[in-house]
Design a protein around this ligand. Structure first.
Ligand code: FAD
Length: 464
């Protein structure tokens, strides 16, 4: 049978792939997207969305426990973990279905099956019914990533979990060990700890949330410890001994090994790109460990072959994947898009308290040789934060002292994952301190702290 021909074939329907497909179709391209498992990828099915649904249940539970503080009463507060998970899975399902609807609306051909690239410009898809051969001048690889495993710490779905098991857990952990304190590890630690699991987090680096500004990490750690989490930094899980219903972890800190018992372990030690089995080596695609090497326009070096999202490397974020998808589709359609600037992509962690940041940390800005001005503002100085009962948090801003450019913004506290976008827009517009100071922020809002932090960098904060 003759191969079906398209202008663009996208492999993988995660937030990178499905968005690239829709943008390509909007621009008049004949587009096919191939997906082997679920529309929406990890993000909608096993990542961003179902974790936020779980965390919302934990947040509501936490607020109910605090009912008295707000003059309310709530007796016999409890939860049903199966119902909490059911809600999360329902939210994921709803959104995955929504992606199918959007692709259909945009006349994108969806082919469910496993894709390989037998030659340049060719895609072979193994479907339930057999195989389909496709051709296109342009192909986008958007096959994403999966959980990284370390020898001896492999997940088994019972005692040791990856994020997938943790999202659909066989039970509520009583004594939980989380290995790794990046966004994924800390979000699960926060969720299970809030629901009452005795939670220990082990981090090999010298602080939790190690990519964040050091002051923000320290602030967040203090809150986690206050909530009852045990945090072990500069520590490494060397071995897990599994027995019926329990795991003994050998945890090394400063050369000393401590043995600790848990009923559940979540391994959150990073991700690896889905580069295998596609035929990339035969095509001459360059790989860096498990990621495809790309230039600023996501070009692989093979004509007409692009890679976007998690498979193309850090930052491993859905919005980075989607933005790259739009950029590449526009490039293919003959437009002149701007390359994606990683330093203007915000990172958000939806633990309690939330953490969000964009741009350079204070240490990075110094390392790059900037003469800097730093502003800080605490939640305790903000009327809305007090009214919400959320007085713990801070907003830190870093400016280039010479030009006034906003180099970075770092936040910890309630709703900061919603606030950060204000600074992201500022960075995209190459805003300086002057425009930020001249912006009128509505009162009473948490966003006023963003203003105050800028003012503080220049010695002008009003409310602290
Ligand atoms: C627990 C967790 C929480 C997260 N939370 C957030 C968050 O809050 N915010 C955020 O920005 N990011 C978050 N992420 C990261 C986010 O999920 C990823 O950055 C994002 O999904 C990457 O999108 P992608 O399109 O590159 O790949 P993916 O979403 O991984 O999609 C790739 C798709 O390709 C398909 N595929 C792979 N190989 C083939 C093949 N050969 N043929 C056909 N199809 C194939 C896969 O089935 C998959 O559907 C989280 C991740 C996890 C694990």
């Amino acid at each position: 049978m003759a191969a079906k021909t398209f202008d663009l074939i996208v492999i993988g329907a995660g937030p990178g792939g499905y968005v690239a497909a829709i943008r390509g179709a909007q621009l008049g391209l004949k587009v096919a997207v191939v997906e082997r498992e679920h529309l929406g990828g990890i993000c909608l099915n096993w990542g961003c969305i179902p974790t936020k649904a779980l965390l919302r249940s934990a947040e509501v539970f936490h607020l109910m426990e605090r009912a008295k503080e707000f003059g309310l009463s709530a007796d016999k507060i409890g939860y049903d973990i199966d119902a909490v998970v059911k809600r999360s899975r329902g939210v994921a399902k709803q959104l995955s279905g929504g992606v199918g609807h959007l692709l259909k609306k945009n006349k994108v051909t969806v082919i469910m099956g496993e894709a390989t690239l037998p030659a340049k410009g060719k895609v072979s898809v193994k479907t339930e019914k057999g195989s389909e051969e496709l051709e296109a001048k342009n192909i986008i690889l958007a096959t994403g990533a999966r959980a990284r495993t370390l020898p001896g710490l492999e997940a088994d779905g019972d005692l040791v979990w990856t994020y997938k098991h943790a999202l659909n857990p066989p039970r509520m952990p009583k004594k939980l060990l989380v290995i790794g304190s990046g966004a994924i590890g800390i979000e699960f630690a926060s969720f299970f700890n809030t629901l009452g699991a005795d939670t220990t987090v082990v981090e090999v680096m010298d602080r939790v949330l190690p990519v964040e500004d050091a002051e923000i990490s320290a602030f967040a750690k203090k809150q986690f410890v206050k909530q009852g989490m045990k945090i072990m930094e500069k520590s490494m899980v060397k071995q897990l001994d599994r027995a019926a219903g329990k795991v003994t972890a050998h945890i090394e800190t400063g050369g000393k090994v401590e043995k600790m018992e848990f009923d559940t372990v979540i391994s959150a030690v990073g991700i690896v790109g889905n580069v295998e089995g596609l035929g990339l080596e035969a095509l001459g695609v360059k790989l860096d460990r498990t990621h495809v090497v790309v230039d600023e326009y996501c070009r692989t070096g093979i004509e007409g072959l692009f890679a976007i999202g998690d498979i193309a490397g850090a930052p491993w974020l859905a919005h980075k994947a989607s933005h790259e998808g739009v950029m590449v589709a526009e490039l293919i359609a003959g437009q002149k898009p701007h390359p994606v600037r990683p330093e203007s992509i915000a990172g958000c962690t939806y633990c309690q308290p939330q953490v969000a940041s964009v741009g350079y940390t204070e240490a990075k800005a110094k390392e790059l040789g900037y003469d800097i001005k730093v502003g800080r503002f605490p939640f305790i100085g903000n009327g809305k934060a007090i009214a919400l009962g959320e007085p713990e948090g801070m907003i830190k801003t870093v400016f280039d002292a010479k030009t006034g450019e906003l180099l970075g913004a770092h936040m910890v506290g309630a709703e900061v994952t919603e606030l950060i976008q204000g600074y992201v827009i500022g960075r995209t517009l190459e805003t300086t301190e002057a425009e930020l100071m001249n912006t009128v922020f509505p009162h009473p809002t948490l966003s006023e702290m963003m203003h105050e932090s800028v003012l503080d960098a220049y010695g002008r904060a009003i409310h602290f």
